[in-house]
Design a protein around this ligand. Structure first.
Ligand SMILES: [Mg+2]
Length: 278
């Protein structure tokens, strides 16, 4: 029997803020939405009701593992439909939650990899603060003592600023990703794919499916047997592709629904191939 692990990014892959929703149909035909996150007492993240039903069903057929760059605190605000996932990847792989608790062995593994593989967080965060202009910098944060991010007024970000920062970071073993209003600087050894590989090892999953929209998801998609990316986001903007990665045409919240449908079909194919009733 195939034992499928479905590892998916959340923000702008499965769940969407109002700003990221990109609804294209007339209002009267817009899909009904389920709110899965409240932030400061306001509804923040959504998926379509159809997507919610697909996710609930998927979680019953496969091992669904959220794989997010969010901190644990930010992740815990999200209440996806279906049972709470047994495993979840937070902080871009820095924390592996097992039944909601950060796995200590995994934290040790990550700490050892970061100690030898890249410049320290303090140096990178200080550089980001120096390089940013108060004219467009809204907030600067470190996350889980693992990586750094800025919240920016994107329309005021100078041309070439991201490219210059990317080159600086690259020389120090760090990656840069621009997602919505956030500029992330993340150590290269800190990956979602490494944490998902650990889940695969522990569970003996025979197949991994994945989805994601940003540069920080590229390693996750490449490590999967089959993967999908939406028609929006950093990967779509650079026409990024790989043999096992399907680019869906939909953008926004419709892409989330389309990706869940693709997961669903792939899991059913896997079951069907072995004669398991579906
Ligand atoms: Mg994303």
């Amino acid at each position: 029997m195939t034992h499928t692990l479905v590892a998916s990014d959340l923000d702008r892959t499965l769940i969407y803020s109002a700003a990221a929703m990109d609804l294209t149909v007339p209002d009267a035909e817009a899909p009904r939405l389920l709110c899965v996150e409240v932030y400061e007492r306001r509804p923040l993240s959504f998926l379509t009701e159809t997507a919610a039903a697909l996710l609930t069903d998927l979680a019953a057929r496969a091992l669904f593992v959220p794989a997010t760059t969010r901190t644990r605190e930010q992740y815990r605000r999200i209440h996806l439909p279906g049972p709470p996932p047994r495993f979840a990847v937070c902080a871009n792989g820095g924390h592996l939650l097992v039944d909601g608790e950060s796995d200590r062995d995994w934290r040790r593994t990550v700490a050892a990899r970061l100690a030898e593989g890249c410049a320290p967080l303090d140096e990178v965060h200080a550089h980001l603060l120096r390089a940013a202009d108060p004219a467009w910098l809204l907030r600067a944060r470190t996350a889980e003592d693992l990586f750094s991010y800025l919240v920016v007024e994107r329309s005021l970000l100078p041309d070439g600023w991201i490219e210059t920062l990317t080159a600086w970071a690259d020389a120090r073993g760090w990656s840069v990703s621009l997602q919505g209003r956030k500029v992330y600087a993340v150590p290269k050894p800190l990956t979602k794919s490494a944490a998902v590989a650990e889940v695969r090892r522990r569970t003996g999953a025979t197949e991994v499916l994945a989805a994601g929209d940003s540069l920080l998801d590229a390693d996750l998609l490449l490590a999967a047997d089959r993967a999908w990316r939406p028609g929006h986001g950093e990967l779509a903007a650079t026409d990024w592709h790989a043999p096992q990665v399907t680019a869906v045409p939909e953008r926004g919240v419709a892409a989330g629904e389309r990706i869940l449908r693709a997961f669903h079909e792939a899991v059913r194919e896997g079951d069907g191939a072995l004669g398991t009733p579906v």
